[in-house]
Design a protein around this ligand. Sequence first.
Ligand code: GDP
Ligand code: MG
Length: 264
Amino acid sequence: EGSSSSSVIFKRKPIIIIVVGMAGSGKTTFLQRLVSHTQSSNIRGYVINLDPAVINLPYGANIDIRDTVHYKEVMKEYNLGPNGGILTSLNLFSTRFNEVVSLIERRADQLDYVLVDTPGQIEIFTWSASGAIITEAFASTFPTIITYVVDTPRSSNPVTFMSNMLYACSILYKMRLPLVLAFNKVDVVKHEFALEWMEDFEAFQTALDSDTSYTSTLTRSLSLVLDEFYKNLRSVGVSAVSGVGMDAFFNAIRDSSEDYMKNY
Ligand code: GDP
Ligand code: MG
């Protein structure tokens, strides 16, 4: 193949889905669910694991960072703790990420989606140079959508909800790619409260006022910021465990990829 990365032509397919979210929000379990959904729906998926520290992967990955970078050895070699080891492993992997993109380009005709799992701790991917390199490598070649997995039961308090949404907002701001919020674990707590708060500013204010005496102007201003943020994303309720919400999720991804083609 003679094509260099500088002569890459933007391709419509596959759609890249990068799954991010707080540790324990359910990224890996969600990936497992997405993989089984694609397999049973004749959707052609390709799966990439970027978490070097995961011990048991509950899905079969086509590309697994653990095959090329051994994070325990990286820790020893560079005298690092666990987070430094994961970050350095991702840095090492990102230096050859153009090879991953080329591999996907060669298979583009046979693929609908590329599903990407990221390290447990969110900032290792969202606030690192390697996360940016990987994201940009994808986004310059294929429509790329960020999926922010929310732990719905842990976001039912309005203050926690607001901090989580501000974090999602910072990711949108930093990555500048379409964002889909996947309210996960709806088998435990339904996500309707979240939709109501996102659609109805007054309802959120009421919840906030009754929850805290700290009703400062800052809190009010922040919820105005969020109101604007909500207009720029799609949200769906899902359960990685029960499998609820998969069709809605893929619809949101398809709509977001149309936005991508128009705006990015
Ligand atoms: P990650 O750190 O974001 O990759 O999260 P994991 O996929 O490892 O999941 C963290 C925990 O949440 C595990 O105990 C999962 O079984 C649990 N979990 C993930 N998704 C769901 C869900 O949809 N419903 C319930 N009840 N638990 C979930
Ligand atoms: Mg994980």
